[in-house]
Design a protein around this ligand. Structure first.
Ligand SMILES: [Zn+2]
Length: 350
């Protein structure tokens, strides 16, 4: 990635303008849906702040020594903290596009930690408190910040409470509500924009995605996630999943849990969340948000659900989304949520 995404131009201008004119800011919190390019944006922002010859709107020149160091992952004034499971995915020579949603989708990363540990935050101490290369900013990027466990968050809080000179923390999060309020309140919070459907589709066409509409639907309208679906096994698994849950009378939770065990749990839960969101949305206001191509099926299922129970179920799925990072038994975890789903959609039909 050499630039920001088209839907981020406005927020870029606002942020850089504020940054140039306001008092020094020590911590930024970039928040927004997963798969909309927050990570790429934050890295480009860091690269631009560190650039020796930044252009007028603080965009990195791409040619100076600082920009080269940054691209090679060797900038002495930049420190990136990600969970072990993400560390290879977002390694410095990776094509940045699409990095956001890849966490957990890789089978080889199953055993790597999804958390940011207290050790990783403590390791920042030297970087943060020692004098940096030349003058200017030292930047710490923490992604996704909600992956910090409690001890890690406390360790970071201490650093935010006594912010060192010339250090900027950039926290990037999909779920700001999972961060302690004490951390949130010490950051300048920036809501990152999500592109509308047309912008996303145009972008996916530019990326040569074969079936942009289906990929975007499967990705819950997040374009960078949609890119991951292009021509992938995950796309086929999503199709299979939707086919099964749209026929709840034939659905067997045990066999579905077995079939889907190759898919990352968090990803599965997010599919189910969006499907159930559409059921509620259709029942309440006759509209679907994600699964337009399944509207007829959603309509018939929505006629048979208890809307309140479905809203409760969607809320429960948010809790499951957190638990999905470390379930005791993944198969049982899935069977339980599928069983609840079957009861929900068959409630009036039985
Ligand atoms: Zn430069």
């Amino acid at each position: 990635m050499s630039n920001i995404y088209s839907w981020q131009k406005e927020i870029w201008q606002t942020l850089t303008r504020n940054f140039a004119t306001q008092q020094r800011c020590h911590a930024l919190l970039l928040k927004g849906h997963q798969g909309i390019g927050k990570f790429d944006f934050s890295r480009y922002f860091a690269k631009s702040l560190l650039c020796d010859h930044a252009k007028e709107d603080i965009q990195a020149c791409g040619t100076c020594q600082s920009c080269h160091w940054f691209e090679q992952g060797a900038h002495p004034n930049f420190y990136q903290v990600v969970p072990e499971a993400l560390s290879e995915v977002v390694s410095e020579d990776t094509d940045r596009a699409g990095a956001e949603e890849t966490a957990g989708n890789s089978k080889s990363k199953k055993k790597a930690s999804q958390q940011i540990s207290v050790g990783q935050i403590r390791n920042l101490t030297d970087f943060v408190y020692m004098s940096g290369h030349q003058s200017g900013y030292k930047i710490v990027l923490i992604y996704p910040s909600e992956a910090m466990n409690k001890a890690a968050a406390n360790a970071l809080l201490k650093k935010l409470e006594e912010p060192p000179e010339q250090v900027l923390f950039i926290l990037v999060t999909h779920h700001p509500q999972h961060l302690p309020p004490t951390i949130r309140s010490r950051c300048q919070q920036i809501t990152m924009p999500a592109p509308d459907v047309k912008t996303s589709l145009d972008w996916l066409v530019q990326q040569a995605v074969k079936d942009p509409q289906s990929c975007l639907t499967a990705a819950g309208l997040a374009p960078l996630t949609a890119l991951q679906f292009n021509d992938s096994e995950l796309f086929a698994q999503h199709e299979q999943f939707i086919q099964q849950i749209s026929s709840p009378m034939q659905l067997n939770p045990i066999s579905l849990a077995l079939t889907m065990q190759q898919v990352d749990l968090s990803t599965l839960v997010s599919w189910l969340q969006k499907w159930c969101y559409d059921l509620v949305s259709y029942a309440v206001c006759g509209k679907v948000r994600y699964y337009h191509d399944q509207q007829a099926m959603i309509e018939s299922l929505a006629a048979n659900i208890n809307t309140h129970a479905c809203i409760t179920y969607v809320r429960t799925l948010y809790t499951h989304q957190r638990l999905s990072q470390h379930p005791l038994n993944p198969r049982l975890f899935l069977e339980e949520i599928f069983l609840s789903y079957i009861q929900l959609v068959n409630e009036k039909a039985i």
